[in-house]
Ligand binder design. Sequence first.
Ligand SMILES: C[S@@+](CC[C@H](N)C(=O)[O-])C[C@H]1O[C@@H](n2cnc3c(N)ncnc32)[C@H](O)[C@@H]1O
Length: 355
Amino acid sequence: MPAPAETKTEKRFDEKLLDIYNGAATTLMIAVGHRTKLFDKMAEIGAASSEELAKAATLNERYVREWLNAMTVSGIVNFDVQNQKYSLPPEHAYLLIRKSGKDNLAVFAQYVSVMAGVEDEIIECFHKGGGVPYSSYNRFHEVMAEDSGQSLVPALLETVLPLVDGLVEKLEQGIDVMDIGCGRGLALMRMAKAFPKSRFVGYDLCDDTVAFATQEAKARGLSNLSFEVRDVSALGDAEKFDFITAFDAIHDQAQPQTVLNNISKALKSTGTFLMQDIDASSKVENNLDHPLGPFLYAVSCMHCMTVSLSQNGEGLGTMWGRETAKTYLERAGFKKVEIQKLTHDIQNCIYVATK
Ligand SMILES: C[S@@+](CC[C@H](N)C(=O)[O-])C[C@H]1O[C@@H](n2cnc3c(N)ncnc32)[C@H](O)[C@@H]1O
């Protein structure tokens, strides 16, 4: 077939595609730079040759040099030809090193590698349906905990909990709190430490993440906190908790409506449910300018939607959106649902729901 005549629009699309491929490849290199701590080391030692950097980071020079060259041509690192030294400009370092806490965007690059690990299984699902279970993912829980550990946990006490009127005072006095889909449990650990008179429990489906959380809570000496392997779609608790949280843990449920119904039942009539979830519209046409749109729909297809489908679930997906979320919460019996947006988090919004 002859190539179509080149129009201005087609040319622009060629360039766009190449940008996309370069961006994807660079994202993998950013994940490598994060995991090897090369960005942190570059920020620490300043301009260095590949030999100097490799020595300081105790890594193999040949690999470090190729990585540096990938970082250089992608405009992340500067290269001084005369001295053969590479440097990470401070304004770039700020967005790529661990010291920057919530502003370290390098953490998110790892999701691309995590998703790429299940590509073969996802392709099979395109042909046969079904889904890829949590157990197929390498490092998902580790990366998720790193993500929420830097974005949610430091903001919890100062900005997230105060969204609920009078909650901090109640936590200080002593109340019962449950976190569903707690993952490695870092948010609960932060709360359990800050509010020793309150009692905290975290439930998660995956035994490896619960084992991690249990061990970590023990190491931190937190006796007001426990974790259990439990499927929250069969919760069974009634009027038991004053405060329930779900951080990024509803949209990938097999049965999200059942889980929200269970949460509503488990909550005392005076209690509050705080749900952090992806901030988007339920309609794709409203997400065209979403700053993370392509990333989040990809995460959905390669993780959140498929883990739900692997359990014969609904497969809501990451981008279920505010409209659907509000409907599900109302159906679960929450009469008042407020949606809050916090400046520390471009990805999520917070639903504060009461019965
Ligand atoms: C996206 S992760 C969020 C983890 C954690 N809340 C955080 O912010 O780091 C969702 C978690 O929900 C858990 N999960 C999914 N379905 C569940 C179910 N039916 N019962 C309990 N946990 C579930 C998963 O194992 C996973 O750890």
